[in-house]
Design a protein around this ligand. Sequence first.
Ligand SMILES: O=C(O)CNC(=O)[C@H](CS)NC(=O)CCC(=O)C(=O)O
Length: 318
Amino acid sequence: MALSLARNPIHRSLSSFRSRAFKCSMAASSIRVGAVQMTSTNDIEANFNTCSRLVKEASIAGVKLLCFPEAFSFVSSRDGESLEIAEPIDGPIMQRYCSLARESNIWLSLGGFQEKGPDDNHLHNTHVLVDDTGSIKSLYRKIHLFDVDVPGNMVYKESNFTTPGDDIVVEDSPVGRLGLTVCYDIRFPELYQLLRFQHNAQVLLVPAAFTRVTGEAHWEILLRARAIETQCYVVAAAQAGKHNEKRESYGDSLIIDPWGRITARLPAFALSDRLSTGIAIVDIDLLNIASVRTRMPISEVILNRHLFLEDVNGFPLS
Ligand SMILES: O=C(O)CNC(=O)[C@H](CS)NC(=O)CCC(=O)C(=O)O
């Protein structure tokens, strides 16, 4: 089905971005970042084709780092399906995504990949960062697993089939120092405190597949709070819409600046899954991070709090 351009969020976000880009000259410290919103299903090939198209669109728009949501490559439609398709990080699926990065000369944040786990009954929910030559730069395995009875929805038990990670991960990139997290992690502020105040992160990545119910209640507030209290950019790429008969995600992909302002956004849960696909694009300004931090020097207080650091040093729980 063809979509009218005006109603197509990809077109809308890219075209409004282009017109802004023409008006202002870009400072040297600005680097363009994109957050993808999509509706992945259990069709790995179809999801890859969508991602491939979005990588090309982003590259044409000058994006240097494109961030995909949790479960970009696959969303299961029945119990056990994710374990069946899980692969090692050097397996064929991830290799294809690395090729996309190389071909389009773009960094990719691939949040929430089903990485084969320590045994046949467990995978890792892994956020993979790939550089513009197609090399894997770092892996973050989701620490906080979604074992939640969502009111009016269903009971999720991610720990039934997932082994949590226990490493905090940052990586330097052209967009500054990235802090890697996944989805439900956003509810645990101590992880973000460590990323910022122990590991000097500048941009926090939060690929997600929030439920519609919890998204409506908490999504924007949690993300803006993390941006404000860490004085980091937050890039939150989100799954949106109906994946199958049972699962739907909230959407509302956001890019937030270190002052807590929303600088780019795609719609929350759209009625049609086609309409929920797009890219939110922003120029991240590293000088802006420095300026917010200098004017409001919260790190001086936090880093001097001996007790606070001893407390969070024990994290993650081992
Ligand atoms: O299993 C997959 O296919 C992909 N992974 C997910 O969807 C995960 C685990 S079930 N979802 C969340 O963490 C939702 C968090 C959330 O909604 C909240 O914190 O409110």
